[in-house]
Structure formats: C-alpha cells, structure tokens
Write a protein that binds this ligand. Sequence first.
Ligand code: PGA
Length: 253
Amino acid sequence: MRKKIIAGNWKMNKTVSEAQSLSAAIKRELESEAKVDVVLCPPFTAIAAVSQEVSGSQIAVGAQNMHFEPNGAYTGEISAEMLREQYCRYVIIGHSERRQYFAETDASVNKKVVAALAAGLKPIVCVGETLEEREADKIEEVITTQINGGLEGLSASELRNVVVAYEPVWAIGTGKTASPEQAQEVHALIRGLLAKLSDQTTADAVRIQYGGSMKPANAAELLSKPDIDGGLIGGAALDATSFVDIVKAAVDA
Ligand code: PGA
C-alpha cells in the first residue's frame, strides 16, 4: 500500500537559527518512526542548515518553490539543481499562495513539475478550490483543470514520483478543515483523474495529501480515509510537538 507522507510547509517563517532548533527538536521527538515519509520544507535560506541538521535521519528536506529553467537571467529565482545540491528531495509546486500572489498558472506548474522530475526532485503539486468555487459547485471543474494542466505529458513512471496535495483554499490558515468526508470525495476524484491521465495501477501508487488546517486533533480522522495518504501542514508544522503528533497519527492510521 501507499506509504503515508507528512510534509511541513514552513512558508515565510523561521530564520536559520530558528529553523535549526525546530528541525533538531522534530528529529529528537521523532525517534525512529520509519513507517511514514517525513519532509520539512523551510524557506530557501534555511534549506542548507536544515539538511545538515537532519542528515543521517529519516527526515527529508524540500523547497517551497523553484524556477523551471536550469539557470540564467531570472533575478531572485532558484533552480532545481541548486535545490538538489542542498540535498532537497522534494519541492512544493503551485501552492495556492503562489497561484494567488505570484500569478502561477497550471502552465507554469506543469513546466516546474517537468523540470523538478528531470532533476530528480519529487514535486508536491498543490490543487484546490476557493470558497466561491465550492459554493458555485465548481469543485470538479477546477480540480480537473488543475490536475490535467499541471500534470500534462508525464509518463506513468514520472507520475509515480509526484505527490499531489489537495488543499481547499478556504481551509488554509483559517482553522476551517474540510470534513474527512468532503476531503475523501475530492481525493477520490483526483485519483480518478490520475487514472485517466495514465492507468489505474499508476493512480493507485500516487500519494495524495490533504492540506488546510490539519492539526493533531483532526489528523487521525482525515488520515483514516482510504484516499488520504498524508498531510501538507502549514501552521501546525511550526511547532515540533504538534508536527510530530501528526506524524504519529499517520503512523497509527
Ligand atoms: P495550514 O497551511 O496548515 O496553515 O492551513 C497548509 C498549507 O498551506 O500548506
């Protein structure tokens, strides 16, 4: 079966020294929970320090964004190879905050996913509807466009290295979580779309995380659903104990 994956998206939080203490505390509290993949995604400036802190442990490091070109005149941007050099194994692509504030589109998401995979990074591709879209009954339409556009042209073996994160925009940082049933419904929809893009066996191998106000109190129930294979955690990932409690919920799920 699919191995659960819990990732912490630290967003624009934590200086290098704060990131070192947080990752050290997570490593200490995790002990040997090898049954679940654990990923920490600090801001770019703290990636090297966090990689060093967790080296030799089961914890992997990821970035929150990257550029699709390998190098060149793109002031302020970071390439996949630069992330690999700092021992990143994952990269979050197309987070709703990137789509909302930095004009990312399904087309740019697709270019980044292709570039990440080519460089040996596993992309965590975020999709999700806004409250207006949910209320207008457009969930299926929005998710279908995002999945088909973002993952266009990938081979089955590439798709197996992708993690999808379903993050309803209205649940991010708001304290409002999708109910386990609401989340499961969209996760099943996503898995169906992945099967259409490739085949059922491949779709069954892809991990689909839930994100949006996941915390220790609601993690176990969300993670018990058949198509919810992990979590992308924002606020609750900034505290070692709450993040580790979510990992433990995934171990027990
Ligand atoms: P949240 O953020 O857990 O603070 O809602 C999740 C995310 O944006 O990845």
